[in-house]
Design a protein around this ligand. Structure first.
Ligand code: ZN
Ligand code: ZN
Length: 179
């Protein structure tokens, strides 16, 4: 019933502009009927000083969090219905606010093919009020390193650097041995 361009707009989160999916970017509808992806809501909740409610970034209305946690907020069934058939079954996600992590709890049995391509956890930032705590910088550094290593170009660059280093070391050792 909607023109195609409008459908495409529906399929993207208004905060991060990512495509909705059935894992960490599941479309979640707030009480004000505005829809955002689970990842963005988790990021907002982690930074919020009021962890029991979510404030809509569009209309500022508050939605109390469900007792069973952020991932149990209602899915936007309209948006979900526009997703491909393989994405109709939403993953069961656990939200650990203290660690700032979203984790896949259960993979829907209908999506075995997707299991390999989906990462099992997602960092959504550090909780407000825990700034400066031990392990904070370590976590950030580690995730940055992982991000760098996962970028193909960076990976190639680091690999060639290592290769050059090995060659230089070998030449140096040969040179020293000859003397
Ligand atoms: Zn989003
Ligand atoms: Zn709203």
């Amino acid at each position: 019933s909607y023109p195609f361009s409008k459908k495409i707009k529906f399929l993207k989160c208004a905060i991060c502009f990512c495509q909705f999916n059935n894992v960490f970017n599941t479309p979640k509808v707030l009480q004000c009927k505005h829809t955002f992806c689970l990842e963005c809501l988790a990021r907002m909740n982690v930074k919020s000083t009021q962890p029991d409610t979510i404030q809509c970034p569009l209309c500022r209305a508050y939605t109390p969090l469900p007792n069973l946690g952020l991932p149990t907020l209602a899915n936007d069934s309209t948006v979900l219905s526009y997703l491909p058939a393989a994405m109709q079954h939403v993953y069961s996600i656990r939200f650990n606010r203290n660690k700032g992590k979203l984790q896949v709890k259960r993979v829907p049995s209908s999506a075995p093919a997707l299991t390999q391509t989906v990462s099992q956890t997602l960092d959504v930032g550090n909780p407000a009020g825990l700034e400066g705590h031990q392990g904070r910088d370590g976590g950030r550094e580690r995730s940055l390193l992982i991000t760098v290593l996962q970028t193909p170009l960076c990976k190639a660059f680091i690999m060639s650097l290592v290769a050059i280093l090995i060659v230089v070391l070998t030449i140096t050792i040969i040179f020293i041995n000859k003397k």
